[in-house]
Design a protein around this ligand. Structure first.
Ligand code: BTN
Length: 241
């Protein structure tokens, strides 16, 4: 569907009241060779997922659930997912939410809870970035209630469509290599991981602890341990204390 709103966004908008996952649908479009920049948006996902194939839970109509296609890929998926967190934080700033923090690799936090997550898939040929934001829920599922929050619970009443438009603009900005250094600097400035003691769990390895010190330009997190510096490119990082 190419609507007037889609023209304003510079993208085809594919809207679904309900879908299994906007990410799966956008990947399907990208793999099928669709060249027009597209954003797949839904009011509800029945099988939304996050990193590590964890479920992404959302109450119908209360979250921003969207996946954008890029062709060619603006960056490696890992780096772009991190930059997408910057895009979300900058979009929120335009609605008066100045204090969104970024947790490595691609979570957005507000008022002590996670409000958004970003997920990227792709090849050099194309990239799909999916973003889920908890917008207007007052209650959260018990599985995530201890760690997540919503914009509404943090005191912000933000229109999902307006947020979608602004995030699209900010994603296009962070996708531009000319803005890469500024976007990485913004991530470092908003980081709630750097300078903190963390526990890192990488696939297939035993968890280890250290101090997160540096975000490298490729998105890797450098962690100082008693045994030397460890470069983390994928994994779960828990901030301690
Ligand atoms: C994470 O924090 O692990 C990333 C969560 C990404 C969730 C979004 S919601 C829209 C898109 N569709 C999905 O199935 N996942 C992403």
């Amino acid at each position: 569907m190419r609507s007037a709103f889609g023209r304003e966004l510079g993208r085809v908008i594919e809207y679904h009241p309900t879908i299994r996952s906007t990410q799966d649908r956008a990947r399907e479009l990208a793999r099928a060779g669709v060249t027009q920049p597209t954003v797949v948006v839904a009011d509800q996902q029945t099988a939304g997922h996050g990193r590590g194939e964890k479920s992404w839970l959302s109450e119908p109509g209360a979250s921003l659930l969207a996946s954008w296609t890029f062709r060619p890929a603006p960056a490696d998926p890992g780096l772009f997912a991190l930059l997408a967190g910057v895009a979300v934080a900058l979009a929120l700033r335009s609605f008066g939410v100045a204090d969104a923090g970024l947790k490595w690799p691609n979570d957005v936090w507000l008022s002590g809870g996670k409000i958004a997550g970003c997920l990227a898939h792709g090849t050099g040929d194309h990239l799909v970035i999916g973003i889920g934001i908890n917008v207007s829920q007052r209650e959260l599922p018990v599985e995530i209630a201890a760690t997540a929050t919503t914009l509404a619970r943090a005191g912000h009443d933000i229109d999902r469509l307006a947020l979608l438009a602004r995030i699209t603009t900010e994603l296009d900005a962070v996708a531009d290599p000319a803005n890469r250094d500024a976007a990485l600097a913004e991530w470092r400035r908003r980081s709630i991981t750097l300078g903190r003691d963390v526990e890192v769990s990488e696939a297939g390895g035993a968890p280890f602890r250290g101090r997160a010190t540096v975000l490298a330009d490729d998105g890797a997190l450098l962690v100082e341990t008693p045994y030397g510096q460890h470069r983390v490119i994928a994994g779960e990082v828990r901030v301690l204390g």
